[in-house]
Design a protein. Sequence first.
Length: 149
Amino acid sequence: MRAIVQRVDEASVSVDGEVVGAIGAGLLVYVGVGRNDDTADVAYLADKIANLRIFNDDQGKMNLSVADIGGGVLVISAFALQADARKGRRPSFDPAAGPEMAESFYNQLCMELEHAGLQVARGVFRAHMHVHCLNDGPVSILLDSERTF
C-alpha cells in the first residue's frame, strides 16, 4: 500500500458538486492499494498515519501526531498511486489491486484509523472526486508498506 500524507489546515472532497467529506486541521491521505497487499500492509499504514509526528510543538519542531493536535483525517482512494511510469509515457496500472480488494482494504484502513481514536472523513470509492486542501507547510510525506522509499 502506498500513501501520500499531507499536513493540512483544511481539506474537503466533493462528488457531483456535493461535499461528501471534510476536515479542519489534520491529514489529507491519498491511498493506493497494490495487488500484492494484505492486512499487514493495512495495519502498517494505519499505524504510520496515526502516529506520524509532522505537526509542530510549542518549539516549532515536528513532534506531534494528528491525535496529539486533535485533528481529523480525510482518506481518499487513489489507485493511481500504484502506477508504474518508469517506462514510456503512459503509466501502467497493473500493480494496482482490483476494485473489490482495493475497496475492502481502503475501508479497513479507515476503520483502523477510527479505532485509533481519530476522526476520519472519506471520499467515495471509485467516484470522480474533486479534492480541495489548504496544505500547511507544505508538508507531504510518502509512505509505502513495502518500504521501497
